[in-house]
Design a protein around this ligand. Structure first.
Ligand SMILES: [Zn+2]
Length: 287
């Protein structure tokens, strides 16, 4: 799933490619991805692209005051083409959810792999009409996101586990499963640590990790073509998705805790004093 750094890079990529262009076609391959009724997607046709921006993990293309907003969810992706195929997309079982065309023959497809369709598309006059945007927490790379802001977020979260707090979009915008694993590894912190216990040096370590890990990922992703972003993200992760592989910092074996529809990865030596975390699924299996 693309998170803040990849979405930011996509926004910059789209902003450059679509600057000065006019939308000439909007085709839906899947009706269920569209979450709004008015204005209709056809309202975008004929409109100039005035800018592309990011709200958390949402991408917002401002087309003459009508906004095309989308969230790529877990298995969604954007495929840019300098020369779009002439075939008109029709609603059906296509992995392509949306096709947008511009007046220089370029355009993009939003695709979604897998059976669970979570990709979400909105056509709105105001981005704040998108419920997921209206409720977003502060952006961790925004200047206003100071260490005091993080401290107050953690105190308000009380005994909730820090991993969940970092991922919750209404608390902090843009961080998902992968980067929360990475931030906690960089901060040498257990994902199960109660949020309100993070003060003093730990707070500083977590704040630094957020700014450094996300900031560096944005820098690495910047300027890459949409097609190259996925590989770039994967090749630079220290623990996320690396169960069984050596930790790049200490060499210990990266471990995993599984949940119903996700998993987290961590390094015991770097993060939990060498102790493996309880894995409820594993212990259930052993009973
Ligand atoms: Zn380690």
């Amino acid at each position: 799933m693309p998170e803040l750094p990849e979405v930011q890079a996509l926004v910059e990529f789209l902003g450059e490619r679509t600057s000065g262009l006019v939308v000439t076609g909007v085709e839906l391959g899947s009706i269920s991805v569209l979450k709004t009724f008015t204005p209709p997607p056809q309202a975008l046709v004929g409109a100039p692209v005035d800018g592309v921006s990011r709200h958390g993990k949402f991408i917002d293309i401002d087309c003459g005051g009508t906004h095309l907003v989308f969230h790529l969810a877990r298995a969604g992706w954007l495929r840019w083409s300098d020369a779009m195929p002439a075939t008109v997309l029709r609603p059906g079982k296509s992995p392509i959810a949306l096709r947008v065309r511009f007046d220089d023959a370029s355009g993009f497809d939003l695709t979604e792999a897998g059976t669970k369709k979570r990709l979400a598309l909105y056509v709105v006059r105001d981005p704040l009409d998108v419920p997921g945007i209206a409720t977003l927490g502060p952006d961790p790379l925004d200047e206003a996101f100071t260490i005091d802001v993080l401290a107050s977020i953690l105190q308000q979260a009380g005994r909730a586990q820090v991993k969940g707090v970092l991922r919750h979009q209404g608390t902090i915008a843009g961080i998902g499963n992968a980067y929360s694993d990475e931030l906690l590894h960089a901060a040498r912190m257990s994902p199960y640590l109660p949020a309100s216990s993070i003060t003093g040096e730990r707070l500083e370590a977590l704040y630094d990790a957020i700014r450094t890990v996300l900031g560096e990922a944005v820098e690495r992703s910047r300027g890459l073509a949409a097609a190259d972003l996925k590989g770039e993200k994967k090749s630079n992760l220290a623990v996320h998705g690396r169960t069984g592989l050596p930790c790049p910092v200490c060499g210990d074996t990266v471990r995993e805790v599984s949940f119903a529809d996700s998993s987290l990865q961590y390094c015991p030596t770097c993060q939990t004093g060498g102790k493996p975390l309880a894995d409820r699924r594993m212990s259930r299996l052993l009973k």
